[in-house]
Design a binder for this molecule. Structure first.
Ligand code: HEM
Length: 162
C-alpha cells in the first residue's frame, strides 16, 4: 500500500474511533478527563463552600446559581473543552472583571481552600488531574489579588497628611 493511502486509512480509522474529532493528546484535555458532569458537581460544591465562607460570602450575590453557571462556562474553556464563556459573554478579561471587588491575599487563600475542599469532595476526579487543575488555579487566583493584605492596611491615623 502506498504511503498516502496508508495515511488516508489511518485518518478514516481515527474518525471512527474518535467521532468527536481526532485526539492530539493521548489522554485528552483536562476537560476530557474530568468531564462536564463531574466539573459541574465540583463547582456546585465549590460555591456551597464560598457561600458559607465568612471572608468570601460578602463579596458574592446571595443567589450563587448564576455565578455557578458562568464559572462552569468559563472553566469548560479553561480546561480545554468548549469555549462556552467566550461564546456567551465574550473575552473574560478576568482581572478587570474582578477589580470592583477588593481581593486580598487572604481572599485568594480562602478561594483556593474552597476549591481544595471541593476537589477532595469529588473523588470521581482522578487525584493527578485534581492536582494539575489546582496548580493551574493557584496561579490565576494569585493574579486576581488587587488589594493589600488586611494585616498590612494602615491603622487609623497612619498614612494621613502631616
Ligand atoms: C482569588 C480569589 C477570587 C475571588 C475573591 C473571586 C471573586 C469573584 C466575584 C465576587 C465574582 C462576581 C460574582 C457574581 O457577581 O456573580 C467573580 C466572578 C467570576 N470569577 Fe472570580 N474570584 C476569585 C478568583 C477567580 C479565579 C481564580 C477564577 C478563574 C480561574 C475566577 C473566575 C471568575 C469568573 C469566570 C467569574 C464570572 C465573571 C462574570 O461576571 O462574567 N475567579 N469572582
Amino acid at each position: 500500500m502506498k504511503s498516502h493511502n496508508l495515511h488516508y486509512f489511518a485518518l478514516v480509522l481515527s474518525c471512527i474511533a474518535y467521532p468527536r474529532g481526532v485526539q492530539l493528546t493521548p489522554n485528552g484535555t483536562l476537560y476530557d478527563r474530568i468531564g462536564p458532569e463531574h466539573l459541574h458537581a465540583l463547582l456546585t460544591r465549590f460555591y456551597r463552600c464560598v457561600g458559607h465562607d465568612p471572608l468570601l460570602a460578602p463579596l458574592f450575590p446571595d443567589d450563587l446559581g448564576h455565578t455557578l453557571e458562568k464559572q462552569f462556562a468559563f472553566m469548560s474553556g479553561f480546561l480545554g473543552g468548549p469555549p462556552l464563556y467566550h461564546q456567551r459573554f465574550g473575552h473574560p478579561r478576568l482581572r478587570a472583571r474582578h477589580l470592583p471587588f477588593p481581593i486580598t491575599p487572604e481572599h485568594a487563600r480562602a478561594w483556593l481552600s474552597c476549591m481544595k475542599t471541593a476537589l477532595d469532595e469529588t473523588p470521581q476526579i482522578e487525584r493527578a488531574d485534581a492536582a494539575e487543575y489546582y496548580a493551574a488555579l493557584t496561579k490565576v487566583a494569585l493574579h486576581m489579588v488587587n488589594s493589600p493584605s488586611a494585616a498590612q492596611e494602615p491603622t487609623s491615623g497612619e498614612g494621613q497628611a502631616r
